[in-house]
Write a protein that binds this ligand. Structure first.
Ligand code: NDP
Length: 244
């Protein structure tokens, strides 16, 4: 049995990238896992198959974090499908970067709806299902801590909001034995930020280790926090030294 045996986890945006790696890792630790997706139905189902191959239960839920009802509903649907909810990983996010003057009102609304409002609503709904031992782990960004160049106004706004949310959740839910923590990935090789993209060499150069990280390297920290007992309201850089 792994450290999360008997627990149920929900990973938002679990069809690809960091979310998919996290879903597989939590299953390896013994958790049953629900993942949400929007467009990646087949990819989400492949993640569920990987979870099931590890002997755990898995379910893929289509739930757009930008939609308030769907963002909150994902927690309820997880508890219905898998019987309980212990661990929420707020991973779904969109990265819209660009010059200040080029960001449209649609961009502003979409990024804030997915990266901030959706996280708030899913966390609130999940907390209603959690008992003592509940865990809320949110994926922030190294750009919530340091913005290394132009183009990040909207994205950094959204990700730094999650630091405040995490600390406030820790205070509010601590008396119930529920923890809330935030993980700040540096450059991680995914569809959102491919390690062979045009801006990749500059990002690698900003890290102390001189390379991109892998989704699995973020997932291992999330799994650690899912099992940790006395850590709450804390920020964890998994960034190869981007913030050093
Ligand atoms: P990807 O773009 O590779 O994957 C995004 C995942 O989120 C997909 O599963 C996608 O689902 C899902 N998703 C996107 N929009 C929504 C939505 N509105 N509702 C529900 N699910 C959604 O991203 P990464 O894995 O790279 O990023 C994961 C998280 O990590 C994000 O919060 C991102 O901001 C953060 N991050 C990433 C970094 C990086 O370098 N990669 C660095 C710092 C932070 P579908 O397949 O259905 O589209």
């Amino acid at each position: 049995y792994g450290t999360l045996h008997g627990k149920v986890a929900l990973v938002t945006g679990g069809s690809r990238g960091i979310g998919a790696a996290t879903a597989r890792r939590l299953a390896r630790e013994g958790a049953d896992v629900a993942v949400t997706y929007v467009n990646g139905k087949e990819a989400a189902e492949e993640v569920v198959q990987a979870v099931q191959a590890l002997g755990r239960r898995g379910v893929a839920l289509r739930a757009d974090s930008a939609d308030p009802d769907e963002a909150a509903g994902a927690a309820r649907r997880t508890a219905e499908a898998l019987g309980r909810l212990d661990v929420l990983v707020n991973n779904a996010g969109v990265g819209v970067l660009g010059p200040l003057e080029d960001l449209s009102l649609t961009d502003v609304d979409q990024v804030l709806a997915v990266n901030v409002r959706g996280v708030f609503l899913t966390s609130r709904a999940a907390a209603a299902h959690m008992g003592a031992g509940g865990r809320i782990i949110t994926i922030g960004s190294c750009m919530a801590q340091r913005v290394p160049g132009p183009g990040g106004t909207l994205y950094a706004t959204s990700k730094s909001a999650l630091i405040g949310l995490t600390k406030a959740l820790a205070r509010e839910l601590g008396p119930r034995g529920i923890t809330a923590n935030i993980v700040h990935p540096g450059p991680i090789d995914t569809d959102m930020n491919p390690s062979n993209g045009p801006f990749a060499p500059a990002q690698s150069a900003m890290t102390a280790l001189g390379r991109f990280g892998t989704a699995e390297e973020v997932a291992s920290t999330v799994a650690y926090l899912a099992a940790a007992e006395f850590i709450t309201g804390a920020e964890f850089a998994v960034d190869g030294g981007h913030a050093a």
